[in-house]
Ligand binder design. Structure first.
Ligand code: FES
Length: 112
């Protein structure tokens, strides 16, 4: 694991996720029922940030064409999302939110 601090807890709200950068990749930090989750932030369908989407009941709706994804699992629940999202291990250290960057840094994920 290669933990990187991406934001603080106070920057993440249930209705307003945080748009973070992790080793050059856009990652959305979401808060669902008191737990934090890190998922790919760029919608696989076209370019839109899911952290700017509509969040409800553990799901996020893309602001552009309304694909829906499960925040906990990354699963695409409604097209035109095209595929599931990558999810990333996350931990809370004090007020810091840290996400594991090892997959991205190993070149296993595209970066912008
Ligand atoms: S960009 Fe997200 S559904 Fe089209």
């Amino acid at each position: 694991m290669n933990w990187k601090t991406v934001c603080s807890k106070s920057q993440v709200h249930a209705e307003y996720p945080f748009a973070a950068k992790l080793a050059g990749k856009e990652i959305g930090i979401f808060l669902v029922d008191g737990d934090y989750y890190a998922i790919e932030d760029v919608c696989p369908h076209a370019y839109a940030l899911l952290s700017q989407g509509f969040v409800e009941d553990g799901k996020v709706e893309c602001p552009l064409h309304e694909a829906v994804f499960d925040i906990r699992s990354g699963r695409c629940l409604r097209e035109p999302g095209g595929r599931d999202l990558s999810t990333y291990p996350l931990r809370v250290q004090g007020d810091d939110i840290q996400v594991d960057a090892s997959r991205i840094e190993a070149g296993l994920e595209e970066v912008a």
